[in-house]
Design a protein around this ligand. Structure first.
Ligand SMILES: Nc1nc2c(ncn2[C@@H]2O[C@@H]3COP(=O)(O)O[C@H]3[C@H]2O)c(=O)[nH]1
Ligand SMILES: [Zn+2]
Length: 494
């Protein structure tokens, strides 16, 4: 087809969505529609138009970055082959010719967009019958740092992970954006909760997964990092948090390595458990009844998978020092922050966050973790192995070890999260200084800065208080760290 003809065809095809956009804008002006819904549809239409514009004009991806290949010397196919074989980048799978979206299908997609949104909202409210008042009451604190996941677990009859994940997916409107079928979501979460109870762990169970998922949500909101993220990245973060310890065996990686466990053999001693969590969770998605990501496009799916893998592998504590050092250097040298590295650090921080929360929460997590460590110590003794540090039930200075954990691991991580967030969020505010102070995004971001500042003092207050509590126990020679903690029901401000 001659070039001019092609241009004319594209122009004709563009006419209808342009009219549609104008109509939607008119509706907005007379404000007789749901603003949020209209806005989402406008964004959706715009992205489809953009896709039409760029369709066929973009190279599959830029291989030159990695291999420094000059396009005038190396043919495209060879560049693609070199990049996909000799770099770590995953080449997006190009669509088969029949899969290319024709214009009619794009118009239909725009029309369907509004319909699908409504349909999903209805399906979700139908499938989620009225929640008990106690559950709704708990969920009211969802955005608070002091959210009590133990209380949610109790009132949801042991389904805190399922309840919380569905609530967050709806809150961030990811169910409609990624067309997550409600039946799949429920089946997926049942499977996930089943996997978390496989080894009946005192600490690494579905409540911990729910806690970390809530904390990731809260960190993204309180630091304002959420405003710099795409919806896909938000979905990746919540998904990674929910699966990050799936089928945890209750042992450390070193235990797997020393006992030459099946998992150590499969993963060659590298991030043994974390590799299993992510691999086994993606396996759940292989079944169409539990595949909550079935409606993601291939590039979306690949991007999400790559983010989730990096984030979950980043929860291996043996990568803590490297992770912290790399981000510190990045901030000191004013380099741009890699999004995947930032999100990995946020998941890692959420994973070790309970000592940065109120004593009433921290003092309930500690005995659970210690019990799990001690159970491993018992097994090591049985097997005639040396008992790992902190795993000896007769001889572990819990208070001292907690003070050290807070001082050397938790505080530096949270301090880094606060610094990193400032670096990410402040430019967003500067970008909106031209906007009217009455514009909602401008106002939201102003609040975010206030939140970010108060968040730093909030977690510092908690770590200081928790250290003094442990210190007091040490001074008073209290060795039992269980009874008092389990009876705590203290209320918080946050
Ligand atoms: N000593 C100590 N370790 C902790 C505490 N909280 C979390 N961790 C460790 O940090 C790890 C983070 O990843 P995991 O959840 O797999 O396992 C966690 C524990 O090994 C704590 O309060 N004290
Ligand atoms: Zn964890």
């Amino acid at each position: 087809m001659a070039c001019n003809e092609l241009v004319n065809v594209k122009k004709t095809l563009l006419h209808s969505p342009i009219c549609r956009l104008k109509r939607m804008l008119q509706q907005l002006e007379v404000s007789d529609v749901d603003f949020e819904e209209l806005k989402r549809n406008l964004e959706f239409t715009a992205s489809l138009l953009e896709a039409l514009y760029t369709d066929g004009t973009q190279p599959p991806f830029d291989a030159d970055d990695d291999l420094q290949l000059r396009s005038d010397v190396v043919p495209v196919e060879v560049r693609d082959w070199l990049a996909s074989t000799f770099t770590q980048r995953v080449q997006p799978i190009s669509r088969r010719p029949e899969e290319k979206p024709r214009f009619r299908s794009i118009v239909h997609a725009v029309q369907a967009g509004i319909f699908v949104e409504r349909m999903f909202r209805k399906a979700y409210s139908a499938a989620m019958p009225d929640q008990p008042a106690d559950v709704l009451n708990c969920l009211r604190d969802l955005d608070r740092w002091s959210f009590d996941v133990f209380a949610l677990d109790a009132v949801s009859s042991g389904h805190s992970l399922k309840t919380l994940f569905i609530e967050l997916i709806i809150k961030h409107q990811l169910n409609s954006r990624f067309k997550v079928p409600i039946s799949c979501l429920i089946s997926f979460l049942c499977e996930l909760e089943r996997g978390y109870s496989k080894h009946t762990n005192a600490y690494h169970n579905h409540t911990h997964a729910a806690d970390v998922t809530h904390t990731v949500h809260c960190l993204l909101m309180r630091t304002g990092v959420l405003y710099s993220m795409t919806e896909l990245e938000v979905l990746a973060c919540l998904f990674a948090a929910a699966i990050h310890d799936y089928e945890h065996t209750g042992n450390t990686n070193n235990f797997h390595i020393y006992t030459r466990s099946e998992l150590a053999m499969i993963y060659n001693d590298h991030s043994v458990q974390e590799s299993h969590h992510v691999s086994a969770a993606f396996r759940i998605l292989q079944d169409e009844n539990t595949n909550i990501l079935m409606n993601l496009t291939r590039p979306e799916w690949l991007e999400l998978r790559s983010l989730v893998i990096e984030m979950v592998l980043g929860t291996d504590m043996s990568s803590h020092v490297l992770q912290v050092k790399a981000m510190r250097t990045c901030l000191q040298q004013h380099e741009s922050i890699d999004k995947a590295k930032a999100l990995s650090l946020i998941l890692h921080a959420a994973d070790i966050s309970h000592p940065a929360k109120s004593w009433s929460l921290h003092s309930r997590w500690t005995p659970r973790l210690m019990e799990e460590f001690f159970t491993q110590g018992d097994k090591e003794a049985e097997l005639g192995l040396a008992i790992s540090p902190l795993c000896d039930r007769q001889n572990t200075p819990v208070a001292q070890s907690q003070i050290a954990f807070i001082e050397f691991i938790v505080e530096p991580t949270f301090s880094l999260i606060s610094d990193m967030s400032e670096k990410i969020v402040i430019p967003l505010i500067q970008d909106t200084t031209d906007a009217s102070p009455t514009c909602s995004r401008y106002r939201e971001l102003q609040w975010t800065v206030a939140d970010l500042v108060s968040f730093r003092s909030l977690w510092m207050r908690h770590t200081e208080e928790n250290k003094s509590r442990w210190m007091a126990k040490m001074k008073n020679g209290v060795s039992d760290f269980r009874d008092e903690s389990e009876t705590q029901t203290g209320q918080e401000t946050a």
